[in-house]
Write a protein that binds this ligand. Structure first.
Ligand code: FES
Ligand SMILES: [Fe+2]
Length: 462
């Protein structure tokens, strides 16, 4: 619809400017003189006939360029970033020229030595969707943690997550199901199920509702722009909750955009990166301009700039939180630039959530929210949202998100091609000991019935 509108506005502007009647039209409007309008339309007809090709092309060209520039400026200054990279778009090296990126990614994933990874679905809160994706009365289908889920937002605005398949004949609620109050109606025969307890509340052609007509309704929490669902392999109720970030709820920190990436690796690899201090200089040392391909990041062109990181990882007294404290500095031509110093604190809250706050001397406090969830046993979806003070221009907020996305894409190149090393060879240094500490800490998220790769292995190609 908006494209049609753009088209009409563009065509009108083109005709008006080409026929050079813009000024006359403004005159007529300002004087409210009907005879002026008639004159304009008469002369407009004549001029259309008299167009010469050069004027037409020149005018069209000018309007076209103006349109592109204005649209670009509008997007840059007012529209939040949405950077989505599919699995094959990041982190693979094409070995055969004519092979598609997708085939290459598939080949690497199939032949990769998976190692002996821990269970593939740890216990905790995971983002199943982002709040902005689900309007009132809307339902959507998602697959994470080996579960097919229907997510819908009821009439009172609350989000619900239930098993996707109807116990009657197995239709997927989220594919065509309509929402009534806090129930979802199955698109196949119209049975209605409550999002609160999963029980069937209505069968259009039966006054009796079977006792077993119910689906699993998951513990759901909507917080900081995400819809989280609780997963526990033993069926244990939530033992902790992610905290609310008040600056976001109160609108002091505002949205600057999101990025979405997919990773072919075990889920634990991603949080482990936060405790891996020694990779920071190696992978994240080269400046943003050096790009995401690890074969090029050490190109001599970019040697004039360098990120410097120092920090440590520790477990907080709340057992489910691991904390990384970092200081970041930037050197240009060997000179440290103090105004670009930043303090960073990343809280890993359970296996699927990171709230990372940073304090920049120029732009103040900001926050990256990271959600991580397995969409397949060895394939993760990772989303980052950035929030900064409302006074920071949108283009700066987007720049911060781009910086984060570039850094994560470098990590993805490592993750997509590595195996899970269950018995790493570690040094006795503080850096490697933090890795060992992280592995011990992370074990708390696995339990007796957590599914292993072997148990949950489906076809891993796509
Ligand atoms: S399959 Fe859902 S109502 Fe029949
Ligand atoms: Fe990293």
């Amino acid at each position: 619809m908006s494209k049609l509108l753009y088209g009409i506005v563009f065509a009108l502007a083109f005709i008006l400017v080409s026929a050079n009647i813009g000024y006359e039209l403004i005159d007529a409007v300002s004087t409210w003189n009907l005879s002026n309008y008639i004159k304009i339309f008469k002369s407009f007809g004549k001029r259309i006939v008299q167009f010469d090709m050069f004027t037409v092309l020149l005018t069209g060209g000018i309007i076209g360029v103006l349109y592109v520039v204005l649209k670009w400026l509008y997007q840059l200054l007012f529209v939040p970033m949405n950077r989505v990279r599919l699995i094959e778009e990041v982190g693979y090296i094409r070995e055969v020229d004519r092979m598609s990126k997708k085939d290459m990614a598939n080949l690497v994933q199939k032949r990769k030595n998976m190692g002996k990874p821990p269970p593939v679905y740890p216990n905790g809160w995971f983002a199943v969707a982002e709040s902005r994706d689900l309007k009132k009365g809307e339902s959507k289908s998602y697959s994470i943690l080996g579960l097919d889920l229907a997510v819908f937002r009821g009439a009172d605005g609350r989000a619900h997550v239930i098993d996707a398949y109807c116990p009657h004949l197995g239709a997927n609620f989220a594919i065509g199901g309509r929402v009534f109050d806090n129930c979802i109606e199955c698109p196949f025969h119209g049975w209605r199920f409550s999002g609160d307890d999963g029980k069937c509340k209505k069968i259009p052609y039966s006054s009796k509702i079977p006792e077993t007509a119910r689906v699993k309704a998951y513990n759901t929490l909507e917080l900081n722009g995400f819809i989280y669902v609780w997963y526990h392999a033993e069926g244990i109720e939530p033992t902790w909750q992610p905290p609310e970030i008040e600056e976001i709820t109160k609108g002091q920190l505002v949205f600057g955009g999101r990025s979405e990436h997919y990773i072919n690796a075990h889920i634990e690899e991603v949080p482990e990166n936060g405790a891996d201090i020694s990779h920071l200089a190696q992978v994240h040392g080269p400046i943003m301009a050096a790009g995401v391909d690890l074969r090029d990041t050490y190109n001599r062109i970019w040697e004039f700039g360098k990120h410097e990181w120092a920090g440590e990882w520790k477990q907080l007294p709340e057992g489910h939180i691991g904390q990384l404290n970092l200081t970041h500095g930037l050197k240009l031509f060997g000179v440290h630039i103090p105004v670009l110093d930043m303090k960073v604190q990343a809280n890993q809250i359970g296996p699927g959530i990171v709230y990372l706050t940073f304090e920049s001397s120029i732009f103040g406090k900001g926050c990256y929210l990271q959600s991580l969830a397995p969409v397949e046993p060895m394939k993760q979806k990772i989303v980052h949202q950035v929030y900064m003070h409302w006074s920071v221009p949108m283009c700066i907020r987007k720049f911060f998100l781009l910086g984060e996305a570039i850094q994560i894409e470098r990590d993805i190149m490592i993750w997509n091609n590595k195996k899970y090393e269950s018995k790493p060879v570690l040094t006795g240094t503080m850096e490697d000991q933090m890795l060992a500490k992280h592995r011990r800490w992370y074990k708390q998220f696995y339990s007796e019935n957590s599914p292993t790769l072997h148990q949950s292995k489906k076809d891993l190609s796509w």
